[in-house]
Design a protein around this ligand. Structure first.
Ligand SMILES: Nc1nc2c(ncn2[C@@H]2O[C@H](COP(=O)(O)OP(=O)(O)OP(=O)(O)O)[C@@H](O)[C@H]2O)c(=O)[nH]1
Ligand SMILES: [Mg+2]
Length: 427
């Protein structure tokens, strides 16, 4: 194993903002996803199709000033009408200051939405219209006043919708970001990286919504699935914690036989997300696979993440699922990343330095690695510790052990591969 900084956080300092649920188990984590405005409603509708409601762990709430749009959403979503007096249920007609006014008048309703003690509130909105753009700064401000853990997911309008809409949307994001823990931004325009210019408008929106919903689904699965290495609530909290952060999210699936390097590149280069990966401070990733998923595969992906984001604290999870035979699925959530444009300036400054380094760097040859024994894994960990790298020894060795045990027992559980009780993380 090379000199990687793979850190598994066990405890998070108490003074930090987000509260830890009593038993720290992700199983009990409750999340509320709030779709605001027309686009926000569409996105959470897409996500709700992919998730199981029965568990009561995830709550979907749609907020809009357009009552017809609310009505068109599935009945399983909670619907909250805003601004009846101001718009008579017809929407703001893209009037952002009206949206803001309505949000201020509806402060009670917003507080009520936030009053159910969830562990995480995710605000989702497509900016450019009056409802979403006008209300998200108010939602964010109230969430901060209530000291709630938050993640914002916002889309920016297409370029053809005009510079003013873009400016207003950006302004709303900046305001909201200051009050949220982390914000993920998806410019709708990015769809043209995948689709023809003449793609019908609604099809373009559907592709974006679907992709975003898939990534969010990946993140939520990461929260709720139990694995060989569990990502627990403290890990997620650590990644989201902080203020005014930019976020990156992606989920990718591939066959185990596919090129894992290419898979990782795809995972770390979500073209739809605006921010660059390389300045991440915290990276959380989870790999899900069948029983033949190995530590080597986990190591390869960690290595790549470390190469791309050398300053990041990396937290990983590993879930084995018998549903996935020859597939591998990975989800990554990174925070603290900077804009691509900002990065360009930095890259220019660093170019000369980099060139020198690249010249002297050896090109790594990708040769298939032999599986390591527990002893070898332990030695690797010792090397890392000698180098001053903070690692969670117990987990890494346990994984190896559990892997071997699993292979021996050849468990035929249907659902999720469970870790033997004595290996489970202490609460
Ligand atoms: N990704 C995505 N973007 C959308 C979707 N619907 C609308 N948008 C974008 O979001 C912008 C705002 O539209 P809406 O969400 O309908 O606006 P609103 O917040 O409901 O505000 P008003 O209708 O003006 O009161 C549009 O200009 C589009 O760029 C959607 O389903 N997905
Ligand atoms: Mg609307």
């Amino acid at each position: 194993m090379s000199k990687k900084k793979i850190v598994k956080i066990k405890e998070v300092k108490k003074e930090k903002k987000i509260k830890l649920p009593k038993d720290n188990s992700t199983k009990r984590i409750k999340i509320k996803i709030i779709g605001i405005g027309g686009g926000g409603g569409n996105i959470i509708k897409e996500l709700s199709k992919k998730l199981d409601f029965s568990s009561n762990k995830i709550d979907f709430t749609a907020v809009n000033t357009d009552f017809q749009a609310l009505e068109a959403l599935p009945s399983a979503l909670k619907k909250i009408a805003f601004g009846e007096n101001e718009t008579r249920g017809l929407g703001t007609g893209r009037d952002i200051s009206l949206g803001k006014q309505i949000a201020e008048n509806e402060e009670k309703k917003i507080k009520n939405i936030f009053s159910d003690g969830k562990d995480l509130y995710i605000l989702v909105s497509s900016l450019g219209g009056g409802t979403g753009t006008g209300t998200i700064p108010v939602f964010s401000k109230i969430a901060k006043e209530m000291n709630l853990p938050t993640l914002g997911i916002f889309t920016l309008p297409f370029n053809f919708e005009g510079k003013d809409k873009m400016k207003e949307s950006q302004k709303a994001i900046d305001e909201a970001r200051a009050d949220l823990n982390a914000v993920l931004v998806i410019p709708n325009e990015r769809i043209f990286k995948f689709a023809e210019e003449n793609i019908p408008f609604n099809d373009a929106l559907n592709i974006i919504n679907e992709q975003l919903a898939r990534s969010l689904q990946g993140l939520l699965n990461t929260v709720y699935s139990s694995g060989l290495i569990n990502i627990d609530w403290a890990d997620i909290r650590t990644t989201i914690e902080g203020e005014n952060q930019r976020a990156y999210l992606n989920t990718v699936e591939a066959k185990l036989t596919d090129d894992l390097n290419q898979f990782t590149n795809q995972l770390l280069n979500n073209e739809l997300v605006r921010y660059d990966f390389s300045k991440s401070n915290n990276v959380l990733f989870n790999i899900e696979g069948g029983k033949n998923l190995s530590m080597q595969q986990l190591a390869l992906i960690s290595e790549k993440i470390h190469e791309l984001a050398p300053e990041a604290r990396i937290i990983f999870g590993l879930t084995q699922s018998s549903k996935l035979k020859n597939e591998i699925k990975a989800t990554v959530l990174a925070t603290g990343v900077m804009k691509k444009e900002e990065k360009k300036v930095k890259v220019k400054e660093e170019k000369k330095e980099e060139k020198k380094v690249v010249k002297t760097k050896k090109v790594k040859k990708e040769t298939p690695k032999k599986k390591k024994t527990i002893k070898e894994v332990e030695e690797d960990l010792k090397d890392l510790e000698d180098l001053g790298v903070e690692i969670n020894r117990r987990n890494a060795v346990e994984v190896k052990r559990a892997e071997e045990e699993a292979r021996k027992k050849d468990l035929d559980e249907d659902d999720i591969f469970e870790v033997p009780a004595f290996l489970r993380k202490k609460k």
